[in-house]
Unconditional design. Structure first.
Lengths: 228, 424
């Protein structure tokens, strides 16, 4: 796996390293999860900077609580950065298999984790947004996936497309779960005649020809123990 | 009525110019004109922006041009299609032409004295400063998202908005005037119900080529064309032009925050008040406009913060800066796929970032690290650098927001120069 882009020193308040691993909650009740002190501190650290109209501020804080709760109950998610000043922006590591390829002809490699940058803008509460407008894969830098723009093509941003349009007011945690199933190839759209979602035609053709690699894992986001 | 020939020829004006009819030749002595108001002068001063130059908007534009109003700015990203000939005031030669530029050409021919500008771009690409300074904005677009965005922009800069629309099957014309003079004024989205919100979410368009959007035919394709009669569209356009004149000349009862509906079946008109919906999906805010006395590019963010009334570091850290048509780029990418620090403002559709030191290729803004607005704390030492040195040499408008209070600093000149996409 390539080195991850270093965090900008001004990108966010320094976050304590908080790692998950709590059980007895499921994904529909994340708002009810009582945050452990290390996660509560993160929320208290970023909450005063949340700017914007009151409904948007409330929404950002609720989404932050849910994301932190997800990190708390899951072993997969490690939050690296959280910023509520304007858009909701977070960078986090997801432990999951990530398809990668060096160069145009190298073998498929599977990286053990991805760092995702998620941006949720205020307008996403009101209008449908293009499926590529939420998540950028910050690392590794050589993701080889039909629905991820290739880093070797300008502008080089590895945007993940989650569909032609995502409905307004989509929940932030849903985006995280969609990203997990998309990157691990549990859900993949690689039909070239349906351009919705295909950002890397070469990868789409490759996976059509090599279906044995699909999916990279069948594991659900939460292990049965975590979801219990 | 005055006979123009009896007025003689003005020295220095050519015969062709004097052959043109003057507005005063047809301008009646309006009964409702308040003492002290000069209709001629007020019409000379009337500046209207029309967003949406289709069957309704083009009619209104041409009508206002015949009134020789002072200034018209036309905005429409569309082009005329064969079906446009059925409802819009154009001929066959216009098919394929951009709507705004084409109608602007006609307005200039009708009234050379009117300053006419055209933008063949979507509203979102028009700097918000171009919306200020008009006496009225007329919205005659083909979708609710445009109406919502227009309402927000007009509220922010304090310009009245008039929307005009037709409902073909019921022969109904509907016009709404949003005064936009206070944050508790209504906006177009205040009256959106569940159906409108669904249409907006589905990006429903009403086009003479066919209604578009998932709701149009249930499959996300192109459904039936929106049906309406040319006379009804013309009535809507003429009503919009007449209401703009009434607004400017302050004729009759106040139009502020009213909806006027005309039924072509009953020939009756209904006027109802518009009120702000506390549960409106839009944020109602009014920006305080400050004409900055020197080029904004030569000013530092810290100076703008202080002008906003923020001095102490504790109070400035949460302030948000936004530069019109710029974004703050923390990091960028180049062909060597490295993420490199950038830390400067970049024009959204303008010059590129410097080259990568490693691979000598052009750096591109990295989407996750690009911000439409940036908070003061994150600017760090850049707070004390002139915006020009931070990459914003062309900036003309800056907003500073804190605690829901926004100050809008502008260098916008009284006579704006055309920008990209503008055809003066």
């Amino acid at each position: 796996m390539n080195p991850l882009p270093s965090r900008s020193p001004k990108a966010s308040p320094a976050l304590p390293q908080a790692r998950g691993g709590e059980s007895a909650h499921n994904l529909s009740t994340l708002h009810e999860v009582e945050l452990r002190p290390e996660y509560r501190r993160i929320l208290e650290q970023v909450a005063p900077g949340a700017a914007g109209p009151e409904p948007w501020r409330r929404r950002k804080l609720a989404a932050a609580h849910e994301l932190l709760a997800l990190a708390q109950i899951s072993q997969r998610l490690l939050i690296q950065m959280l910023d509520l000043t304007e858009a909701f922006r977070t960078a986090f590591t997801l432990q999951m298999p990530v398809p990668c390829r060096d160069g145009e002809t190298g073998p498929l490699r599977v990286a053990p984790a991805a760092v995702l940058g998620l941006t949720y803008r205020q307008e996403a509460m009101l209008s449908a947004q293009p499926g590529y407008s939420f998540i950028e894969i910050l690392g590794p830098r050589n993701v080889f996936h039909a629905n991820v723009a290739s880093s070797s093509q300008p502008p080089g941003a590895q945007l993940l497309c989650l569909g032609p349009k995502l409905p307004p007011n989509i929940q932030l945690v849903d985006l995280v779960l969609m990203a997990y199933t998309a990157i691990s190839l549990q859900t993949i759209q690689f039909s070239l005649v349906d351009p919705a979602g295909v950002l890397n035609p070469a990868a789409a053709r490759w996976f059509q020809a090599n279906p044995s690699h699909i999916p990279l894992t069948r594991d659900p986001f939460l292990s049965p123990k975590e979801a219990a | 009525m005055t006979n123009p020939s009896s007025m003689g020829q003005t020295p220095g004006i050519t015969r062709r110019a004097t052959a043109r009819a003057r507005r005063v030749d047809r301008l009646p002595e309006l009964f409702g004109l308040k003492p002290g108001l000069n209709a001629e002068r007020l019409l000379d001063e009337l500046s209207v922006m029309l967003v949406g130059v289709g069957s309704v908007g083009a009619t209104a534009a041409l009508s206002l041009a015949r009134l020789h109003v002072g200034r018209l700015v036309l905005v429409d990203r569309g082009q005329f299609k064969p079906a446009s000939l059925l409802t819009q005031p154009v001929g066959e030669e216009s098919v394929g032409e951009p709507k705004a530029s084409h109608i602007a050409g006609w307005c200039r021919r009708i009234s050379p004295r009117t300053k006419v500008e055209a933008f063949d771009d979507p509203l979102q690409e028009i700097p918000i400063s171009r919306m200020a300074g008009h006496q009225m904005v007329i919205g005659a677009g083909d979708n609710l998202t445009l109406a919502r965005d227009l309402g927000q922009r007009c509220l922010r800069v304090g310009v009245p908005l008039l929307t005009a629309a037709v409902y073909g099957a019921s022969l109904t014309v509907q016009t709404k005037v949003f005064a936009g003079d206070a944050v508790d004024s209504p906006c177009p989205a205040c009256s959106f119900g569940a159906m409108e919100r669904r249409m907006m979410e589905e990006e429903q368009l009403w086009s003479c080529e066919g209604a578009r959007g998932p709701a149009a035919n249930g499959q996300g394709g192109i459904g039936d064309a929106t049906m309406s009669l040319r006379p009804l569209c013309a009535v809507a356009g003429e009503m919009a032009a007449l209401l703009a004149v009434r607004w400017q000349l302050q004729l009759g009862a106040s139009l502020a925050n009213t909806m006027t509906e005309f039924s072509g079946y009953t020939w009756r008109t209904f006027v109802t008040p518009l009120r702000r919906n506390p549960a409106c999906v839009c944020h109602h805010e009014r920006w305080q406009r400050i004409e900055w006395p020197r080029p904004l590019a030569d000013s530092t963010p810290q100076e703008l913060l202080e002008a906003h009334g923020l001095r102490a570091r504790a109070t400035t850290s949460a302030a948000l800066f936004a530069l019109d048509r710029h974004r703050w780029v923390e990091r960028g990418l180049c062909r060597c796929a490295e993420s490199v620090p950038v830390q400067r403002f970049v024009e959204i559709s303008g010059k590129r970032l410097p080259q990568c030191r490693r691979c000598r290729r052009e750096i591109q803004p990295q989407p996750f690290y690009s911000h439409e607005s940036i908070n003061a704390e994150r600017l760090g030492t850049a707070l004390h650098e002139p915006l020009r040195r931070l990459g914003a040499a062309a900036v003309r408008d800056v907003t500073v927001t804190q605690d829901e209070r926004t100050t809008w600093y502008t260098n916008h000149p009284a006579e704006p120069r055309p920008t990209k996409g503008s055809r003066p």
